[in-house]
Write a protein of this length. Structure first.
Length: 579
């Protein structure tokens, strides 16, 4: 059987699984909602379920498939492009071509960025391949103090170049046309012909030299691949919020990504950083269009990564994700407010994909991935609409008591599907050799899982409500800008947490009151998971962002990640201001 035939069969299988699951769910919903006629509130609940279910059902099946493959057919995982090369004990190959590592900056604190670049340089030099790599720093900063600091840090970085290393490159644009993607495109237009590959880095990116060289080696051995990346994991953090968040992501991502990589295959995802990209086809085929009209849905594309992946695949090159944990790192948002701000920036960028769905020549899977990226942010809004319809309909008499319970039951069902990848991740760890030992042992792992699931339950409606309010704002022209991000500042003052989260607090109180009126104290108590988070959004944000909370978690080894037990060389003795 040819590889293309096998991939088509996998995709048909995944479509069948998702279609069957959705058919059962929608049939059950219709029979319950329409038993005594369909009211307006019940119609909203049904529509909300239809919009929120597909994304979560796909995540469920990705995780299940990945879990089964990892522990039932590991040879299938080992045969995926790049897996063997990234997991072998053999020395990495010396690259033939030249690769440029490109970091883009926009009003970031420069010292930690250049410290991470220095670590990557040292790591490449340690394995004797620094002569095959060049560092390029592309700045869109416009704050005078940041610009001066950037240039001073770059001069120090350039002065530390090895004798056999190509001179590092720094350029600052006066106008940030096209944001990060536009800056990289201009650099490749000017200097890209000198390189076979480039590695885009975010300001918080860090990769070991060995991982970089192994990824480049896979590209050399497989000239049909245009974009290649492994799993990107969070660095050890001093933040309580980040510790809990990245612990949940860490054990969940292997099964989920393995399942997705199995059926997307040559149409894999691309996360915009820590990837190796073939320069020639990227320059020729991956230039982003300028969308007509004004922001938020017009102008330059904010979420460039998945569009570039779709264009690379349209050009006939593969986009591959290697579902392997490597020394490829990023810094997760240190507070809930910073996490929400990042989600809203991605939300606006993904909504721009609505303008790209009819782009000619895209592969069906690539077009689906654009739809999926849109659904990622429509699903939370549909989730909130279900809750609102249940509450308002109950008060107005547009729902029976059973229907109120049904709306909340459907909410819980969708949430259960949403956390299925985390449950699959827990099982993956339990089934892996010394799996829990990597997380501090079975007891610590179990306690951390309980904390993370509770925390996810509390903040899910907070994030969903933020996305819903932002989507409503998009209709009236609300927009976000590309700027520097908080990567290490903790201890949020109460006065800073209240303004953005007052709507969440009021919504939580309103839901509790409405349920109490419509269905009694029992219903309000039953719905506590969706009430407590929004109502307590401000204290949860302040407490989880306190440095003391993170310090206590570190001492107790709660929500430990593997790098805290066995710190790789590229992370060893990191300065505190990089955390």
């Amino acid at each position: 059987m040819s590889a293309s035939v096998a991939i088509r069969r996998r995709r048909r299988f995944v479509v069948a699984l998702n279609a069957a699951t959705l058919a059962v769910a929608f049939a059950a919903m219709a029979s319950l909602l329409c038993a005594d006629g369909l009211t307006l509130a019940e119609a909203v609940i049904g529509l909300g379920l239809m919009l929120s279910m597909p994304y979560t059902v796909l995540g469920f099946w990705n995780a299940v498939i990945g879990l089964v493959l990892r522990h039932g057919w590991p040879e299938t995982v080992d045969a995926m492009p790049g897996v063997a090369e990234l997991t072998t004990a053999a020395a990495p190959p010396v690259p033939d071509g030249h690769t440029v590592l490109v970091v883009t900056l926009r009003n970031e604190t420069p010292a930690p960025v250049f410290e991470r670049l220095a670590r990557m340089r040292e790591s490449l030099a340690a394995i004797g391949v620094i002569h095959r790599f060049t560092f390029a720093v592309l700045s869109d900063s416009d704050a005078p103090d940041v610009i001066a600091a950037e240039q001073a840090e770059f001069r120090a970085f350039a002065a530390g170049a090895a004798t056999d290393e190509a001179a590092p490159f720094y350029r600052r644009r006066e106008r940030n046309t096209g944001y990060k993607a536009g800056n990289i495109a201009e650099f490749l237009d000017d200097r890209g012909a000198a390189f076979e590959y480039f590695i885009p880095l975010d300001a918080d990116s860090l990769m070991s030299g060995e991982v970089i060289v192994r990824l480049v080696g896979v590209m050399q051995a497989r000239p049909t691949i245009g974009i290649l990346q492994s799993l990107v994991v969070g660095m050890p953090s001093e933040s309580g919020f980040a510790r809990v968040f990245q612990f949940g992501m860490r054990h969940a991502m292997r099964a989920f990504t393995t399942g997705a990589a199995w059926w997307t295959a040559d149409c894999g995802s691309y996360w915009g950083h820590n990837a190796v990209i073939r320069v020639a086809p990227f320059r020729a085929y991956c230039r982003l269009p300028e969308l007509s009209g004004r922001p938020p849905l017009g102008g330059a594309i904010l979420s460039h990564d998945q569009v570039e992946a779709a264009f690379m695949r349209r050009a006939g090159y593969e986009v591959r994700v290697v579902p392997v944990e490597t020394d490829s790192y990023e810094i997760n948002p240190p507070t809930l407010l910073d996490f929400i701000r990042r989600e809203l920036r991605w939300c606006q960028g993904n909504m721009q994909y609505l303008r790209l769905l009819t782009t000619p020549g895209l592969e069906p899977v690539s077009r689906f991935q654009l739809v999926q990226a849109i659904g990622m942010y429509l699903a939370p809004a549909a989730w909130i609409a279900m809750i609102a319809a249940s509450c308002i309909g109950g008060v107005l008499g547009d729902l029976s008591l059973g229907s109120v319970t049904l709306g909340l039951t459907l909410f819980v069902a969708v949430f259960g599907l949403a956390i299925a990848p985390k449950i699959a991740g827990v099982i993956d760890v339990l089934l892996s050799h010394r799996g829990t030992a990597r997380y501090g042992g079975a007891l610590l792992f179990a306690a951390s899982v309980a904390v993370e699931l509770l925390w996810s339950t509390l903040i899910a409606p907070v994030v969903a409500l933020s996305i819903t309010l932002f989507l409503l704002g998009l209709l009236f022209g609300r927009t976000v800008a590309w700027g520097g991000q908080n990567r290490d500042r903790l201890d949020i003052p109460w006065r800073d947490a209240w303004p953005p989260l007052v709507p969440h607090t009021l919504a939580g109180i309103a839901v509790a009151t409405t349920l109490w009126i419509a269905a009694g104290a029992g219903a309000a108590l039953w719905a506590a998971p969706i009430i407590i988070g929004p109502t307590m959004a401000v204290p949860l944000t302040v407490w989880s962002g306190r440095r003391t909370v993170g310090a206590v978690m570190q001492r107790r080894r709660l929500c430990l990640i593997p790098e805290e037990r066995d710190r790789p060389a590229v992370l060893a003795a990191r300065r505190a201001d990089v955390a």
